[in-house]
Design a binder for this molecule. Structure first.
Ligand code: FAD
Length: 477
């Protein structure tokens, strides 16, 4: 007998509980992907995510075929398509792995209720998180709003984490079952020249094997010294696994198991712990979005309801998006994002602080741009990252802590490796002039004539204005 395995953002075969449950029950798993982006509205996947998804689904189909199965692709209302598939295959069970965004939860609940009457076994599983958001509670019994106590509690599960290996062979789903060609979904940008994402794919290999390779590279390399090097955007100091984690091409349990199985020298204990705590931030973001589902649009801290954000000036917003602000660390980050679909975490904080404090635009303008351009765009992590940097989250950098793009450059990219890579028009400046080139007009004329002479805002004055705006909120609150 058949069981539908509905793939969504769990695009892997290893440690996939929905797939495993179908196999364990002796069913023939029928792997299905249903394209229904409008069901995730208003956060249907952005352009970079769709381009990644296209390749990831191709990889999943290839991996399934290598084991004797295949991916059946459909498009349309998920409930209607599932009902058709159940009739066509006479399936006895339906399995999927859970999502935690509000629109997906509402859709999945509707589907569970819709199918209940059919006498079918419908089961959801946890593939994405180390801890389900409802299982970790404060002493008073509510959700956490602060990371440190959350992680102190949640990290207790690390000891018992296990990850299941992939099935070696899979039975073939019914041959008569029709599906679309992935190309029919038009996920990738239209093939006009030059395609904006064309440069991405020398940096990334979407799919489960790409994720596992990257994990090996990380365990052999950047893990050693992670705690210090993770803040240096000019180096490969982090795992770069975020898009793979977002699409579920690798499970966090697999990461934890690999870290715990290693025969590591004692000296890297702090690196291991720090990496685990970054995975903890991912868990915390999902905890927050589950318990505070309005936060993708609303400030978690209600005090910011009346914050005097500046009216968004389209020219300034565009200068930020295109990396033409005249502030090198901001421009380098925005160009890395455009060229690769990813940006280093330290630089994400710098560009987000610049937009929300120096330009004083609402963090949603930045979150929207990231949503469309990041290959790892993730509603939970993106919301948490923007609210944290803007200072509007509950467990946030205090609003008055405003990142200085100049001192951040001096601390974390002192030799300018990162700035020179993304801003070739500044490459000839001496190291000492890179962080704040406007202070050296003569040098700029001679060695960097193509870079803006002045930042689009005065850093000091805009910082003072942001602090004054904050003081007005505090006085009201
Ligand atoms: P590593 O340092 O190798 O960390 C390992 C994993 O831990 C990451 O892959 C990620 O899944 C998780 N992680 C690390 N840092 C964080 C964090 N601060 N919050 C939540 N999870 C974290 N991350 C996303 O995955 N999607 C987003 O849309 C996103 N938007 C962000 C927006 C802003 C303004 C900021 C400041 C941060 C955002 N982040 C987002 C978090 C972080 O920048 C990325 O997860 C990280 O840069 C990914 O690189 P990595 O895989 O090499 O990280």
């Amino acid at each position: 007998s058949n069981a539908i395995v509905w793939f969504r953002r769990d695009l892997r075969l290893a440690d996939n509980p929905a797939l495993q449950a179908a196999l364990d029950a002796g069913h023939v798993p029928v792997p299905v992907y249903i394209h229904a982006p409008e069901e995730e509205a208003p956060w249907a996947p952005g352009a970079a995510s769709r381009a990644w998804l296209h390749r990831s689904l191709q990889a999943l189909d290839a991996d399934l075929r290598a084991r004797g199965s295949r991916l059946v692709v459909r498009r349309g209302d998920s409930l209607a398509e599932l009902e058709k598939l159940i009739s066509e295959t006479r399936a006895e069970a339906l399995h999927w792995n859970r999502l935690y965004e509000p629109a997906s939860i509402a859709r999945d609940t509707r589907i569970k209720q819709g199918l209940k009457s059919r006498g079918l076994e419908v089961q959801s599983h946890n593939a994405a998180l180390l801890v389900e958001p409802w299982t970790v509670q404060t002493g008073q019994g509510g959700p956490y709003r602060v990371f440190t106590p959350f992680w102190k509690n949640a990290r207790q599960v690390l000891e018992s984490v296990r990850a299941a290996p992939p099935p070696e062979r899979l039975p073939d789903p019914p041959a008569t079952l029709a599906g679309l060609d992935l190309k029919d979904l038009a996920l990738s940008p239209p093939a006009h020249e030059p395609a904006w994402d064309a440069g991405f794919w020398k940096h990334w290999t979407p799919g489960e094997s790409g994720a596992l390779e990257l994990l090996d590279v990380f365990l052999d390399g950047a893990l050693h010294g992670y705690r210090r090097q993770r803040d240096m955007p000019g180096r490969v100091g982090t795992s770069r696994l975020s898009p793979h984690l977002h699409f579920g091409e690798i499970s966090p349990r697999t990461l934890v198991a690999a870290l715990q199985a290693g025969d590591w020298p004692a000296a890297i204990r702090p690196d291991l712990d720090h990496y685990l705590s970054e995975l903890g931030w991912r868990e915390f973001s999902h905890h927050l979005i589950f318990h505070f589902p309005d936060t993708p649009t609303d400030n978690l801290n209600p005090k910011f309801g009346d914050f005097p954000w500046a009216d968004p000036d389209p020219a300034l917003l565009q200068a930020w998006q295109q990396g033409r602000t005249g502030v090198p660390m901001v421009d380098a980050g925005m160009r890395e994002l455009w060229a690769t679909g990813w940006m280093h975490n330290r630089v994400r904080m710098v560009v987000a602080s610049f937009l929300t404090k120096n330009l004083r635009m609402h963090w949603r303008h930045g979150a929207d741009w990231f949503w469309d351009t990041l290959v790892d765009a993730d509603l939970a992590n993106n919301t948490q990252g923007w609210q944290w940097t803007a200072g509007t989250g509950a467990d946030a950098a205090p609003y008055f802590r405003i990142f200085s793009p100049v001192s951040q450059t001096q601390r974390f990219d002192a030799e300018g490796a990162y700035l020179r890579r993304w801003l070739p028009e500044l490459a000839k400046l001496p190291d000492a002039a890179l962080a704040a080139p406007w202070e050296q007009p003569g040098l700029m004329r001679e060695k960097a004539p193509d870079y803006p002479r002045q930042p689009v805002v005065d850093l000091r004055a805009s910082r003072e204005a942001a602090l004054a705006a904050y003081a007005s909120v505090r006085a009201d609150g």
